[in-house]
Design a protein around this ligand. Structure first.
Ligand code: SF4
Ligand code: SF4
Ligand code: FES
Length: 501
């Protein structure tokens, strides 16, 4: 393996050695020096140098340089605002320039308190304005989608949102209209921004120009808690934080896991949380009375009634699981029923196979693949939305993506997969024995044990595999099939809708 070529750079008097091609902002970070930035966001692709917030002084270069677009060279001596009056003046002027039109809206802006523009102005900007003329205004807020509002006068034209739309989600729906000082962010032909990953632009926006219509005016940063958790709406399990205020979930935001979600969320994961408070959601126990429908009962009465039914069934119990339970819920249910009552019979949400364990790899493996083969009859974006973003990233990185609906590769494609060091198979659809067929294929093509290769089976339920494992872990007794069934326990809507139940 050839050694990585490196260069030595000095940032604010600290020498660091970084890989050749590294940008000055990253080299400064390697030296432990933070650069203030607005437009710089490596997940969006190459830097664009739009905001000039990262200005640095480079020895021997007369003008200040944008650190994000400048590549570190061997022997380069860089001074950031912390060590250079000239760089500090440049950053101060950049902020003064941005604030010429940015309104001083902070007390009524939803970004206030968690806003990079506020923070950087406080740290690097002028304490007061010299501009006395009126600022530019627009109609506001513009509902660019049912979930996103645009306050155009707050926009600092960093192009993070448009770059996400065109270069990451590839929906091409957010655009910059006009040129120069007249530039504004808009949707393509003023159509609503309807795309599966649109909500990410809210988090990317470094000011309060793009805000969530669900969260606007719902809480201030000092009134909320961001509780780390995991999205349970599809098998990906994106890392998220649930923003709560007074015990209620008010917002879902990403919590970057570079191997799972890279900090992106799909709109289902981000915006579906109001179902927690749906008016028709069951929050108290109901008892069905023969011929008289349901009636509300207290928790104590419900627990007594459940105990009576469970004891009365004498073990002739079948449990139907949905696959949307958490591992802990499934395990607790299994403990009670299997260990407590000897009721081992279950209808599991879907078939699962442990054969795929030989191909375990992080989802980020997809981005580095040279050949991605998607098998199955269901769109990846529907089964596991974030996997669709990983596949798009792989394609942008030069990978060939082949879709095989009938789940048969053909001889030529099989040869290419087995001859590749970076091939990934993805099963998105029905059948497949819970990954068994995919594992068999991967094994036949020699993918097991190859570090850059992987095989992913996208289950039809968010946690079918976890539920099956948790249920199995509760007892090693054989499953029994009681005849006749004394009691059927149905866990969740999906199980209730399962024809097998
Ligand atoms: S709307 Fe926000 S993310 Fe988009 S260009 Fe303006 S400031 Fe940047
Ligand atoms: S991709 Fe799946 S896990 Fe991630 S946010 Fe969307 S629904 Fe949730
Ligand atoms: S962060 Fe460098 S120009 Fe915007």
């Amino acid at each position: 393996m050839s050694a990585v070529e490196t260069v030595k750079v000095t940032v604010d008097g600290r020498e660091v050695e970084v890989a050749k091609g590294t940008g000055v902002v990253e080299a400064a970070a390697a030296a432990g020096i933070e650069s203030p930035v607005f437009c710089y966001e490596p997940r969006l692709g190459p830097p664009v140098g739009a905001c000039r917030m990262c200005l640095v002084e480079v020895e021997g270069v007369p003008k200040l340089q944008a650190g994000c677009t400048l590549t570190a060279q061997d022997g380069m001596v860089v001074r950031t605002a912390g060590a250079s009056e000239k760089a500090a003046e440049g950053q101060n002027a950049t902020l003064e320039f941005i604030l010429v039109n940015h309104p001083l809206d902070c007390p009524v802006c939803d970004k206030g308190g968690e806003c990079p523009l506020q923070d950087l102005t406080f740290r690097y900007g002028p304490g007061q304005t010299r501009m006395t003329f009126p600022k530019r205004t627009f109609d506001k807020p513009i509902p660019i989608s049912p979930t996103i509002a645009l306050d155009r006068e707050r926009c600092i034209l960093c192009y993070r949102c448009t770059r996400f739309s065109s270069d990451v989600a590839e929906d091409g729906q957010l655009v910059a209209r006009n040129r120069g000082a007249q530039s504004v962010i808009a949707t393509f032909e003023d159509e609503a921004y309807r795309a599966p990953f649109s909500g990410n632009v809210i988090e990317l926006c470094p000011v309060g120009a793009l805000t969530s219509t669900q969260y606007r005016f719902q809480g201030r940063p000092w009134e909320i808690q961001n509780v780390p958790t995991v999205c349970g709406l599809c098998p990906v399990g994106c890392n998220i934080s649930a923003t709560t205020r007074e015990g209620k979930v008010k917002r879902i935001i990403s919590r970057n896991h570079p191997e799972v979600d890279e900090g992106w969320l799909c709109d289902k994961g981000r915006f579906a949380y109001p179902h927690l408070y749906a008016h028709d959601r069951l929050v108290d126990p109901l008892e069905r009375l023969r011929g008289r429908g349901f009636t509300e009962i207290s928790w104590d009465a419900a627990i007594d009634r459940a105990e009576e039914l469970l004891r009365g069934a004498g073990g002739r119990i079948v449990t139907a699981l949905s696959g949307s339970e958490t591992v802990e819920q499934a395990y607790a249910l299994g403990k009670l029923l299997r260990q407590g009552l000897g009721a081992h019979s279950a209808v599991l949400p879907e078939a699962t196979s442990s054969a795929l364990d030989a191909f375990r790899a992080p989802l980020s493996t997809i981005a580095a693949a040279e050949l991605v083969v998607v098998l199955g009859d269901e769109a990846v974006a529907d089964r596991a939305p974030i996997v669709d973003l990983w596949i798009r990233q792989a394609r942008r990185n030069g990978a060939e993506v082949v879709e095989v609906v009938e789940a048969k590769l053909g001889k030529k494609l099989e040869e290419r997969v087995s001859g590749s060091d970076r091939a990934v198979l993805i099963w998105s659809g029905r059948g497949g024995g819970g990954g068994a067929r995919l594992a068999e294929l991967g094994h036949r093509l020699g993918l097991d044990g190859k570090p850059g290769c992987a095989a992913f089976h996208l289950p039809g339920t968010p946690n079918g595999r976890g539920v099956a494992d948790a249920w199995a872990a509760c007892s090693d007794a054989e499953e029994s099939n009681p005849e006749p069934i004394g009691l059927l326990i149905v866990s969740g809507d999906e199980a209730a809708a399962d024809p097998a139940v």
